[in-house]
Structure formats: structure tokens, C-alpha cells
Design a binder for this molecule. Structure first.
Ligand code: UD1
Length: 366
């Protein structure tokens, strides 16, 4: 009998993580019966549906449509809706991904209904409990039955927290599976169109994404960042696809920098376009977790505007570095002058992570 598995996605970074496992499982339909569940944490077309298209994912079997709210509202709504789905489907396993509110809500709900949970991207720690994601990671890891880690530091963190060795599986980074696959599908003609559309030249622009509450929720902070980007754009064009959370803050400004042609603020981009731009950026400035990983794989210089990262391997081995508002200009200038860090790809970031996960799950079901 095939194992009935609910794959849970809710927010943008989840979609790149479920796609490889979905296609691996659907290719072995005698072993698995995968069901895609989208909580609706992200719902705008640019934040959600377009990713299903680029990743060749089918329409989700369940869409909970929970939308936005406070953390408690969003988490609570997901739990209530997901409980009904579990009662209806009676799955053998629930697989959750990453560290968003949907990850926490669905893992807790499944466990309380005695359904085993597997967590993909387990063990990452920023050791910063002011981040909602750190709480989500710790709770999810503490209750999951099977923990799939993207890097060895994840194993070490879990072991230190008392997780049994036999539950931990180092399988590599599943987001890189999607990256490898989309890179194969982006040809030069597509890239040329993207560069034409945005009026950019390869290797001569800075790509920016910022959405962490610590950077964008405070208007004063966001103003400082926008001012910096404005100054930077006189040295090199800046392209900045703006997350909805960040857009709310920027909409409150009426400043000349919003009319500066070299500082291009855009709607969130589709996956295929974003990766095309990321691949040839002179520098990426971000606070995203996934982008720290993608730039490491692509060996593109990345500066992460955060005091810490739950993905230290992108710094110790990859092309990433942490930066603060104080040393931002200095570090950016060094990279623009060509003084950049050369990284290497971490172990098992090779496009085969979903396959390894599937193999573990096949044995687990025996
Ligand atoms: C969430 C995740 C974060 C992840 C990020 C990626 C949590 C706690 N945070 O943060 O880890 O890095 O997704 O994008 O789960 N909004 C829209 N349209 C949408 C979605 C959101 O307009 O499709 C607006 C809403 O007004 C909402 C705000 O953006 O209040 C933030 O959305 P939310 O899902 O709460 O968190 P993110 O900041 O997106």
C-alpha cells in the first residue's frame, strides 16, 4: 500500500521546497500517495500561484485560504483548518518544510492527532529568539519524528538539544534541487529577455530583497535602508523586488528616491526571472534565508543585512557575509571593486536531496 503523505506549503519559500519532493514521490506512485496542501499564508499571485506555475506543481489538493493576521490568528486558523483535513484524509505522514508559521501550525496539529511528522530543513538555528522563525524551528524540531537536515551544523544543533541520532538524516538542501532544475530550464534567450525588460547588463547591478520585520517594520530603519540604496544606485543600478510587508512601509514615504530611475522598485518577481537576475548580480543584498543559500550555490557575492544567520555554512563555505547598517557601505564598495569572497558548494547541495529523502521514507515505512 502506498504511503499517504500530506506535503505542507504556506509561504513563498516553501513552494521551492515541496516541488522536488512532490515530483520524486509522484514518480513512484506505488510507494507514495502525495497530497499537496497550501495553507494560504501567502496568497498574492506574485507570492504564490506564479511559483506553482514555474515549479510545475499542480493546483494544491487543499487550499486553506487562511491569509494574513497576527501570529496567533494565522497559526490558530491554520491549525483549525488543518485538523479537519487530517481527520478527513487520515494520512500516514505529514511533511513540513522550513520555518514559517504554517510549518509550526501543521506539525503541532498532526502530532496531536498521532500522525507522524517529518521536517525538511531541520536543525537550523540563529540562536535569536526574537525571530518568529527561530521559535517555529525549535518547536517543529522538538516534536518531529524524522528530521532532514541540509547541513552538518543542523545535525550538531539537534544532537545538542537531545534529539536521538537515529531520527536525524543529513540529506542536503532541497531548495537547491529546485534551483538546479530551474537553471536547466533557463536558456540564453530567456535571460536576454529578462535583461532587456529591466534595462540591465549582466554583472553590473545590485539585486536587493528585504522583508524581515527587524529591517522593514520600523519606518525609521527602512528609511535609512532606502536612503542607502538611493546613494548606492548612483554607483551601480539597484533592482529591488519588494515583498508585500516591505511595500507597506515604503508606501508611507514620499521621497525623491522613489523617483530615481537607477533604484528600481518592482513587484515580487516570478521564480524564473528572479533566478536569472540572481545568477548575474554583481552583488546581492538580502535578509532572506533561501537567497543566502542560492547565492552560495551560484557563487554570487551576498551580503545579509542581519546580526546572525541560521545558515552559517553560507558564510564558512559560501559567498555570504553578514553586514550591519554601520559597515554596509564599506563592504558593498569592496565587492563592487572586485574584492570578493570566493565560496564553494556545501556537501550534498547537488540537486539530489528529494531523492535521498524519498529513500529514507521508503525504509521508514517498512
Ligand atoms: C513569511 C515567513 C518568513 C518568510 C517569508 C517569505 C513567518 C513567521 N514568516 O514572512 O519566515 O521568510 O514569509 O516571504 O511565517 N502579504 C500580502 N500578500 C501575501 C502575503 C502577505 O500582501 O501574499 C502581506 C500581509 O499584509 C502580511 C504581510 O505581507 O501581513 C506579511 O505576511 P506574513 O505571511 O505574515 O509574513 P512574511 O513577512 O511574508
Amino acid at each position: 500500500m502506498a504511503i499517504k503523505v500530506i506535503l505542507v506549503a504556506g509561504a513563498r519559500p516553501n513552494f521551492m521546497k515541496i516541488a522536488p519532493l512532490w515530483s520524486e514521490m509522484i514518480g513512484h506512485s506505488n510507494d507514495f500517495e502525495p497530497i499537496i496542501l497550501h495553507t494560504g499564508q501567502h496568497y498574492d499571485y506574485e507570492m504564490s500561484k506564479v511559483f506553482f506555475e514555474d515549479l510545475d506543481l499542480p493546483e494544491p489538493h487543499y487550499f486553506l485560504g487562511v491569509g494574513s493576521g497576527t501570529h496567533a490568528e494565522q497559526t490558530g486558523k491554520i491549525m483549525m483548518e488543518f485538523e479537519r483535513v487530517i481527520q478527513n484524509e487520515n494520512p500516514d505522514l505529514v511533511v513540513v518544510f522550513g520555518d514559517v508559521n504554517s510549518t509550526l501550525a501543521c506539525s503541532v496539529t498532526a502530532k496531536k492527532l498521532f500522525v507522524p511528522v517529518a521536517h525538511v530543513e531541520a536543525g537550523l538555528r540563529s540562536f535569536d529568539m526574537s525571530m518568529p522563525e527561530e521559535i517555529n524551528r525549535k518547536v517543529t524540531d522538538a516534536i518531529s519524528d524524522i528530521l532532514f537536515t541540509p547541513s552538518q551544523d543542523g545535525d550538531e544543533n539537534l544532537l545538542r538539544e537531545g534529539v536521538e541520532r537515529k531520527r536525524i538524516h543529513f540529506v542536503g538542501n532541497i531548495m537547491i534541487d529546485s534551483l538546479v532544475s530551474i537553471l536547466e530550464r533557463i536558456d540564453q534567450a530567456y535571460e536576454d529577455k529578462v535583461f532587456q525588460r529591466y534595462g540591465l547588463q549582466r554583472n553590473s547591478y545590485v539585486l536587493v530583497t528585504l522583508h524581515r520585520p527587524s529591517n522593514v517594520d520600523d519606518q525609521g530603519n527602512l528609511y535609512k535602508i532606502m536612503n542607502f540604496l538611493n546613494t548606492l544606485s548612483f554607483k551601480m543600478p539597484v533592482i529591488f523586488p519588494v515583498h508585500p510587508r516591505t511595500k507597506k512601509g515604503i508606501n508611507g514615504f514620499d521621497q525623491p528616491f522613489l523617483r530615481n530611475e537607477a533604484l528600481r522598485t518592482l513587484e515580487p518577481l516570478r521564480y524564473k526571472e528572479f533566478i536569472s537576475l540572481e545568477k548575474y548580480a554583481k552583488l546581492v543584498l538580502t535578509d532572506s534565508g533561501g537567497i543566502q543559500e542560492e547565492t552560495t550555490y551560484l557563487n554570487v557575492p551576498c551580503l545579509t543585512l542581519r546580526p546572525n544567520t541560521e545558515r552559517p555554512i553560507t558564510i564558512t563555505q559560501g559567498s555570504n557575509d553578514l553586514v550591519s547598517m554601520e559597515d554596509l557601505m564599506e563592504k558593498v564598495e569592496l565587492i563592487l571593486l572586485g574584492n570578493r569572497k570566493k565560496g564553494e558548494r556545501p556537501e550534498l547541495w547537488d540537486g539530489r536531496t528529494a531523492w535521498r529523502i524519498e529513500n529514507v521514507l521508503k525504509k521508514w515505512s517498512l
